[in-house]
Design a protein around this ligand. Structure first.
Ligand code: HPA
Length: 271
């Protein structure tokens, strides 16, 4: 049996015939959204073979299954990053398990640095495309023609529109931008940020892109949100730190949670 089959067995034992429609990954500082789930079950990563070990501070490491506004969700509280062990496919079993559980779409969230003056700390940004600056892929070693994933519409138009609509209806200012994936765990230099701006990125971070690639490999449509925790390197006198990231992530939590709630309440309804 594969690790995904093993995970499915654990999950089915916990939730019976409950099937989630939307899989979600909660990034730094957003873990509290899991409390809004009308939970059917909560399973620690330790009990799910191939799920990441809890890593960065603020990440509890559990999979919460249940409902938000009538939509079945599988919520990953905590994720693993490439920079933890240098493995780009560290989220592969998670994403494959989402698909195997029956999820039909994914929402990915993260904390990011902003490269636009307009979108300061505490802002929320819809990721409309990305630039992979790491030179690695979570699909290294994958077999078959399906590994040549088409990334032209990686961020789903319909889901993006639904997110825009939810933002408008709930008075959440939703910025939009291209996310540059840097390997981390160090922050960028000011020169790197100047270069990323020239390349056309508006946000920068150390996660999400591997999950996007893995999800598209599984044929899962997705959308992604960044919480802006800081202006990118060189744009503000405030020194960059993980502590600052966590602090500002909390500031935007309210808006993002309202947005996610509204999205999930409207999920499945015609736009
Ligand atoms: N750079 C990279 N990753 C980040 C940042 C940043 O400025 N802020 C939050 N995550």
């Amino acid at each position: 049996m594969s690790q995904v089959d093993d995970c499915l067995a654990v999950i089915h034992k916990a939730v019976g015939d409950f099937v989630p429609q939307v899989g979600m990954v909660l990034g730094s500082g957003l873990g509290t959204f899991a409390d809004q789930v009308d939970a059917v079950a909560s399973i620690g990563f330790d009990d799910l073979p191939g799920f990441p070990q809890a890593g960065v501070g603020g990440h509890a490491g559990r999979l919460v299954l249940g409902r938000v506004g009538g939509t079945g969700v599988a919520v990953l509280q905590g994720r693993a990053h490439y920079y933890e062990h240098g493995k780009a496919d560290v989220m592969a079993v998670v994403i494959q398990t989402f698909k195997a559980m029956g999820c039909e779409a994914l929402i990915l969230t993260n904390a990011a640095g902003s490269m636009v003056a307009d979108a300061g700390p505490g802002s929320v940004m819809l990721i409309t495309d990305h630039i992979n600056m790491t030179g690695v892929s979570p699909l290294f070693g994958a077999q078959g023609n399906s590994r040549f994933v088409d990334m032209t519409q990686a961020y789903n138009q319909n889901m993006n529109d639904a997110m825009r609509k939810a933002a408008l209806a709930n008075n959440v200012k939703l910025h939009e931008g291209v996310y540059a994936w840097m390997c981390g765990p160090h922050f960028e230099t000011p020169a790197e940020i100047r270069a990323l701006k020239v390349l056309g990125a508006q946000a920068v971070g150390m996660s999400t892109v591997p999950e996007v690639i893995l999800a598209r490999h599984q044929g899962l449509p997705l959308c992604a949100l960044s919480i802006v925790t800081n202006y990118a390197s060189g744009m503000s006198p405030t020194p960059l730190s993980h502590e600052q990231t966590m602090e500002y992530a909390k500031m935007a939590t309210d808006g993002v949670e309202r947005l996610l709630n509204a999205f999930l309440h409207a999920y499945g309804a015609p736009l």
